[in-house]
Design a protein around this ligand. Sequence first.
Ligand code: SF4
Length: 391
Amino acid sequence: MLALHTHAKVSGSFPAYPVKVLDLPEALTTNLARNRVAARLPADVTVDLAALASLGFAGVIADAIPRTSPPLPALHSTADPRVVDGGDVIQVRPDGSQVLVLFRRRSTSNSLFITERCNSLCLMCSQPPRQVDDGWRVDELKQVVDLIDPSLPTIGVTGGEPTLLRERLAELLAHVREVLPDTQIHILTNGRLFADPAFVELFEGLQGSVTWGVPVYADVPSIHDHVVQARGAFLESLEGIYNLGAARHAIEVRYVLHKQTMPRIRAFAEFASRNLPFVNHVAFMGLEPMGFAKMNRDLLWIDPVDYAKELGAAVEWLDRNGVATSIFNLPLCVLPRSSWRFARKSISDWKRTYEPICAKCGELDQCGGFFRSTGSDWQSRAVSPIVRGNQ
Ligand code: SF4
């Protein structure tokens, strides 16, 4: 679990735009524009900073402030030096107080946060929306994309609701596809705007590069609309899924597990296998105790061990009916062993944590652990180390 931000000190005027951090040898050979690169200085070698400045680098990253006043901006004395590493894309807040990691080379779960706005208000939203004008993000994200390693296998796009950006979302996706042609894009969307077939056409040509992750929280409108706090949303999302499917887009249906959605889980599995057999994947997801979820704990909390049997029946049903299915965000010890083959290590590496007792667990390497926001009031009574071969 490594945070995506830290504090550091700045000398000189370090750029406020996104820059790529590269260890010195890579910085000297990269094809990236030098004014987009901050060279990370080796700790044990004296570097001619004047020569480096003449090459046009955006700045340098050093463990401590360089002894002589450097001729180019320096970021140094980072509070947690592990946070910023070679290959990452960072942005330094204009006042120099904080460094944000916008892309982490070592991570398997990088994403582009495109907007805080949303047209739903889900009871368990981990990122409560704000109605702000943040259209500037697209231009900044395009700059970030330009600095991402072309070998990146997948990247997420999240919000808020990304489709509210309309043409600008299509513009960003086209840019990702152009700069990172081998990278798969996974977009979290409520899918409501896709109820208009003309809206789907905005994304024509992106088939094969993009998977749309669309939540459906029940097999009936009343429950789904209550969960997302938007009347009519169920029918809009389903219509959107059909329109995306008709346009041959890849779709993942997402079902978040909590007290409001559990009563319909088996019915939902039957509904999905009969009505959505064309989707590529159905994911059942444990709750992230953040944002609105924390505020609505009494409405949402149910110990996962109390729904594990129903969940197991739902995934088995979908599997038997030929629908690829997974369980996300739940540790192995709360699931019956028969469901383990569906469980994925899905929590982003920078959000994932384990309990101290997990050190004794024989399945630690396979287990997806917990969100780091999981306090004791969100912890299952079933968490306990597994002895390999037992159960
Ligand atoms: S004890 Fe910890 S590591 Fe083992 S399955 Fe449970 S949560 Fe995972």
